[in-house]
Write a protein that binds this ligand. Structure first.
Ligand code: NAP
Ligand code: G4F
Length: 345
C-alpha cells in the first residue's frame, strides 16, 4: 500500500486528490492546522479514511514530525494562503506559508525520507504580466501579486532541490481550476453562489471588480489527476496544466445566470457597467471599486501540450460544463437551505 502525505488537505484540491488516492488504494495522511473549533473543511466526508496530523507550513518541527509519522512515498504540498487579494493585506504571512513553507517541507523530506516524491502546487499566477501567449513551461515569469512572488520562490526552490539533491521534486504550474467545492471568495464561486441567492430571492445584486479579466478555467477534479501523474514518471519535471481556453469574468457571469434561467443584457462601461435582467429590468450585476486589485493579471491562457504528450493527461470537463456544475450545485444548496429554513423562495 502506497503512503501519501497531503498538506492543504482541507482545501478544494485536497479533497479531490484524497478521493483519487483513496480510490487507488493509498493510505492518506493529511496535515491540518489546529483551530479553535475542529473543522475538516472539504474532507469532512472522508474523515474516517484519513489519518490527520496537526502541523503548520510555518513550523518545520511540526512538518518533520508529520514526515516521521506518515513515512510517505509521495508528498503533495497543496497548503497555501491561496487567495490573491489577501496577499496584499497579509504579504508576510503569505510569504511565510507559500515561500518559506515550501523549503520547510523540502527540508523535512530531506531529513526524514529523501527518496519520497514531492509535488509542489505552483501556479499560472506566476506568469502575471504575461510575456507570451499561450503560456508554457518556458514562458518567462512576471508575478503581479505578493502571492505570485511567494509562489515563484516555491517553484524555484523545488527545482533547486531537484537539481542540488537529486530529489524527485515536481512543480505543477496549474491554471485556475474550480468546482462546487471552491472557496466562496474566488470569483467563480462568488458568482454561482450569488446567482443562486438572487434566484431564491435572498440577494438583489452581485458586486464584482474587473470583469474584463480573462482566465483559463478548468475543473479541479481533472487537475488533481495531473498531480498524481507527475509523481508516477521516470524523471521529475515541471508541467503546465491548463484547459487551453480563456474566458472573461463577464462571460462566466452571463453563463451562470443563463443556467439559472436568467438572461442578462449589459449597459454602461467601466465602473458604471451593469448586468440587467432582460425580463424584469432589474440590475443584477454591478461594479464595486473595492474588488479591483492593486495590480491585475489581465489574461491567462495555458498550453498543456507537454502534459498531454508526456503524462497522457486530458481534461474531461469543459468551460460550459464547469459553469453548469457549479451553478447547479449552488442552486441546489441555496434552495435546500431556503426550504429548510421555511423561507418562501
Ligand atoms: P484552498 O482551497 O485555499 O486550500 C488551501 C489549503 O492550505 C487549506 O487546506 C488550508 O488549510 C491550507 N493551509 C493554509 N495555510 C496553511 C498553513 N500555514 N499550514 C498548513 N496548511 C495551511 O486552495 P486550493 O484551491 O485547494 O489550491 C491548492 C494549492 O494549489 C494551493 O497551494 C494553491 O495556491 C495552488 N493553486 C491553486 C489553483 C486553483 O485555481 N485552485 C491554481 C494554481 C495553484 P485551512 O483549511 O486550515 O485554511
Ligand atoms: O477567482 P480569483 O480570485 O482567482 P485568481 O486571482 O485568478 O487566483 C486563483 O487562481 C490562481 C491560478 O492562476 C491560483 F494560483 C490562486 O491560488 C487562485 O486559486 O480572481 C480571478 C479574476 C481576477 O482577475 C480578479 O480580479 O477575477 C477578477 N475578479 C473580478 N471581480 C474578481 C472579482 N475576483 C474576486 N475574487 N472577486 C471579485 O469580486
Amino acid at each position: 500500500m502506497k503512503r501519501a502525505l497531503i498538506t492543504g488537505i482541507t482545501g478544494q484540491d485536497g479533497s479531490y486528490l484524497t478521493e483519487l488516492l483513496l480510490e487507488k488504494g493509498y493510505k492518506v495522511y493529511g496535515v491540518v492546522r489546529r483551530k479553535s473549533k475542529a473543522d475538516y473543511g472539504t474532507v469532512e466526508h472522508l474523515k474516517k479514511d484519513i489519518e490527520f496530523i496537526y502541523a503548520d507550513m510555518t513550523d518545520m518541527a511540526s512538518l518533520i514530525r508529520a514526515m516521521k509519522i506518515a513515512q510517505p512515498d509521495e508528498v503533495y504540498n497543496l497548503a497555501a494562503q491561496s487567495f490573491v487579494a489577501t496577499s496584499w493585506e497579509q504579504p508576510l504571512a503569505t510569504a511565510e506559508i507559500n515561500a518559506i513553507g515550501v523549503t520547510n517541507m523540502l527540508e523535512s523530506i530531506r531529513v526524514v525520507k529523501p527518496e519520497a516524491r514531492f509535488y509542489q502546487a505552483s501556479t499560472s499566477e506566476m506568469f502575471g504580466l504575461v510575456q507570451e501567449t499561450p503560456q508554457t513551461e518556458t514562458t518567462p515569469l512576471y508575478p503581479r501579486s505578493p502571492y505570485g512572488v511567494a509562489k515563484l520562490y516555491g517553484h524555484w526552490i523545488t527545482k533547486n532541490y531537484r537539481e542540488s539533491f537529486q530529489m524527485y521534486a515536481c512543480s505543477g504550474i496549474l491554471f485556475n481550476h474550480e468546482s462546487p467545492r471552491r472557496g466562496m471568495e474566488f470569483v467563480t464561486r462568488k458568482i454561482t453562489d450569488a446567482v443562486a441567492r438572487i434566484k431564491c430571492g435572498l440577494q438583489d445584486t452581485l458586486y464584482l471588480g474587473n470583469m474584463d479579466a480573462k482566465r483559463d478555467w478548468g475543473y479541479a477534479g481533472d487537475y488533481v489527476k495531473a498531480m498524481w501523474l507527475m509523481l508516477q514518471q521516470k524523471e521529475a519535471d515541471d508541467y503546465v496544466i491548463a484547459s487551453g481556453e480563456t474566458h472573461s469574468v463577464r462571460e462566466f457571469v452571463e453563463l451562470a445566470f443563463r443556467h439559472a434561467g436568467i438572461e442578462l443584457e449589459w449597459s454602461g462601461e467601466g465602473i458604471e457597467e451593469k448586468g440587467i435582467d432582460k425580463n424584469s429590468g432589474k440590475t443584477l450585476v454591478a461594479v464595486d471599486q473595492r474588488f479591483f486589485r492593486p495590480a491585475e493579471v489581465e489574461i491567462l491562457l495555458g498550453n498543456p501540450s507537454k502534459a498531454q504528450s508526456v503524462l497522457k493527461w486530458e481534461r474531461a470537463v469543459g468551460f460550459e460544463e464547469l459553469v453548469r456544475m457549479m451553478t447547479e450545485g449552488d442552486l441546489a444548496r441555496v434552495s435546500g437551505e431556503v426550504a429548510g429554513n421555511g423561507v418562501d423562495a
